[in-house]
Design a protein around this ligand. Structure first.
Ligand code: TIU
Length: 220
């Protein structure tokens, strides 16, 4: 057990029951020409969290704790992509359309893969998810139960979309959730701040927040 001086109050960290979830650090969100860019976003600002996210992953790996990676992506025939998702908004390319990194947000295409700097090691779990939340329509919940995980540390993108959705899903399932504030980012800095404020408000209504250094120190 270790105490992390987190927001909004101390987080009692039990590494033996913890896992790290790295959400959607995919080329489609972080590199030009992918899904994030087709929605009109400046994707380059997400690249700034890569070094801190790498340190967090290294800390979990060094301690032999589970590192789980997720990818938001769809089957090539789009059978798991609701039309309401595909037709939403006015993107320059829709999910499944051919882009510079292959078909946008499709499993197996270059753009849907995790960026090289944070690539999963052999044996680490990679969850492909059709939704914003990582529990919806995936084996994640069963897998965490089998491993006896009770605490989840969160990193990845984007803070207010897939990270927040997954933290809320996890919170409702009884996990204690801790967000690594410098290992998560949004295309909209004000949304990152608001998401962290919302989730930690009201006595950690969704979860806690701390820096990568605080979390890695607590693992050692
Ligand atoms: N658009 C946006 O901010 N995010 C997503 O669509 N997916 C994730 O957050 N991974």
């Amino acid at each position: 057990m270790a105490t992390i001086k987190a927001r909004p109050f101390d987080f009692t960290f039990a590494p033996e029951n913890a896992a790290l979830i790295v959400i959607d650090m995919q080329r489609d969100f972080i590199e030009p020409g992918g899904f994030g860019a087709t929605l009109g976003n400046d994707v380059t600002r997400l690249q700034a969290i890569v070094p801190a996210t790498a340190r967090l992953i290294a800390g979990f790996r060094k301690a032999g704790l589970p590192v789980i990676h997720t990818r938001e992506c769809h089957a090539p025939d789009l059978s798991d992509c609701p039309p309401a998702k595909r037709t939403r908004g006015n993107p320059s390319l829709r999910i499944g359309d051919p882009g510079t990194m292959g078909r946008i947000l499709i499993a197996g295409e270059a753009g849907a893969d995790i960026i090289q700097a944070l690539y999963p090691l052999p044996g680490e779990t990679v969850i492909d998810k059709p939704g914003k939340g990582a529990f919806y329509a995936t084996p994640l919940g069963e897998m965490l139960k089998e491993k006896g995980v009770r605490q989840l540390v969160f990193a990845g993108v984007t803070t207010e979309v897939c990270v927040q959705t997954t933290m809320r899903e996890a919170n409702d399932r009884g996990y204690e959730c801790l967000l690594a504030t410098d290992a998560t980012e949004s295309y909209f800095p004000e949304f990152k701040k608001a998401a962290i404020d919302m989730m930690t408000a009201q006595g950690a209504i969704v979860g806690w927040a701390a820096t990568v250094d605080q979390i890695v120190e607590a693992i050692d």
